[in-house]
Design a binder for this molecule. Structure first.
Ligand SMILES: [Zn+2]
Length: 232
């Protein structure tokens, strides 16, 4: 779909009217930090505040996620740049949020840097990703109704060239045969997931992080009990 080039009316207070979205993202920051998924200034979060023209509220660069303040956010447009001069710099990974938010049915994008996502994204990078199969918690991913299924978690190589990575992700989102769904990993870096709104995206973070820990801990248990037939 062609991106709109419409400009929103000049708004000198870019965060006005976004208190609910901002407080929801601050709550995510505190919770993800408490769980060890967003320590220090790692991670970044966004909520769509306008679909046409596309505008997001995204975390400002370098802010500690446990203690996000109401002014630690930037309103950005479809070019990834602040809609109004004088705002802080947005996260270095802003263009990934823009690409994901440009998809139908995406109202929020969340990104975490957990230990398990960092380790698994390295371990399975050579395979391009890994399958998570048979867990009840898969039903927490939108559209999945049974544990008798599997979710493919694709892994992209890490890079500081975010526009290039955003292009790669856009290509996979638009793949006619097997498009990315629910989320993906970046090697030795972390998880990106999204949802139709912030509640759904937050649930996806919780579900993915739970499943990654299951996959990782199961590998550890299996390696400690190499002759075990089953860990069921
Ligand atoms: Zn990151």
């Amino acid at each position: 779909m062609a991106k709109s080039t419409k400009k929103s009316p000049k708004n000198t207070k870019p965060l006005s009217g976004c208190k609910k979205a901002i407080d929801g993202l601050r709550e995510c920051g505190a919770m993800f930090h408490a769980r060890g998924w967003s320590v220090g200034t790692s991670s970044n979060f966004s909520v769509m505040v306008s679909q046409d023209p596309l505008e997001l509220i995204v975390t400002a660069s370098g802010k500690h996620k446990e203690r996000l303040q109401r002014d630690d956010f930037v309103r950005i447009g479809a070019d990834g740049k602040p809609t109004v001069d004088g705002q802080p710099n947005s996260s270095a990974e802003t263009m990934l949020h823009v690409v994901l938010a440009g998809q139908p049915q995406v109202g929020a994008v969340l990104h975490t840097h957990s230990v398990w996502s960092t380790l698994l994204s390295d371990m399975y990078f050579a395979d391009g990703g890994f399958e998570i199969e048979g867990y009840e918690m898969l039903k927490g991913l939108a559209g999945i109704q049974t544990h008798e299924t599997s979710a493919w978690v694709e892994i992209f190589d890490n890079t500081q060239d975010i526009p290039r990575l955003a292009d790669q992700v856009a290509q996979r989102l638009n793949d006619a045969e097997k498009p990315l769904t629910h989320g993906f990993l970046i090697r030795r870096h972390g998880l990106y997931t999204w949802g139709k709104d912030l509640d759904e995206a937050r649930r996806h973070i919780e579900v993915f992080e739970f499943l990654f820990e299951c996959v990782g801990r199961r590998l550890m248990l299996t390696s400690q009990r190499p002759n075990a037939v089953s860990v069921q």
